[in-house]
Each structure stands twice: as structure tokens, then as C-alpha cells.
Design a binder for this molecule. Structure first.
Ligand SMILES: [Zn+2]
Length: 95
């Protein structure tokens, strides 16, 4: 996978796996155990899965940003296309 993550749930494209993960929220549906079942070997049920995509408003509220390709990024340091500025890296001349 080279950086691009298209979500089949909401149809948005994410520039990194971190950004993709960030827009997926809610519980996977965890196993439920009896109180006192400290060994947690025999679940008595499972919580309903509430896993879903963030809405566009939630994505923006989370501080995610869209790049010029329309890909969503987390907006955090280091979360950008590694090759996006590869050719623009400043080269300092020795003084
Ligand atoms: Zn999605």
C-alpha cells in the first residue's frame, strides 16, 4: 500500500493509514464477561459493534486536513506524503 487509502464505507480517500484509522470510530463490539470472571475465558455476550466512519464535520473537527489531491491527512507532524516534497528539499550549500 503506497499511502492511499480509499474507504469503502464513506468513499473518502486518506493519505495515510493513520488518517484512515482516525476517521473510523466506535467500538468493535467487545466481549462481555460475568463480573468476577477474572480469567475472562468464557464471554457471556458481546457488545454491539458501533464501528463507523466519522462524518465530514467530525473529520474536520478532529483537525484533519485535505491535501491538494483531496486526500485526508491527520494534520499531525509527519503525516504527509513522504514523496510529496521529496524534490523540494532544501539543500544547503556549505559555507
Ligand atoms: Zn470511511
Amino acid at each position: 500500500m503506497a499511502g492511499k487509502n480509499l474507504c469503502s464505507g464513506c468513499g473518502l480517500t486518506f493519505g495515510s493509514l493513520g488518517a484512515f484509522d482516525m476517521h473510523r470510530i466506535g467500538s468493535y463490539g467487545e466481549a462481555i464477561y460475568k463480573p468476577g470472571d477474572t480469567k475472562r475465558k468464557s464471554p457471556i455476550g458481546q457488545a454491539p459493534s458501533t464501528r463507523r466512519c466519522m462524518t465530514l464535520e467530525e473529520i474536520q473537527a478532529a483537525g484533519m486536513k485535505q491535501n491538494d489531491k483531496g486526500w485526508w491527512l491527520t494534520g499531525q507532524m509527519g503525516d504527509s506524503n513522504p514523496w510529496a516534497n521529496a524534490e523540494d528539499e532544501p539543500v544547503e550549500a556549505n559555507s
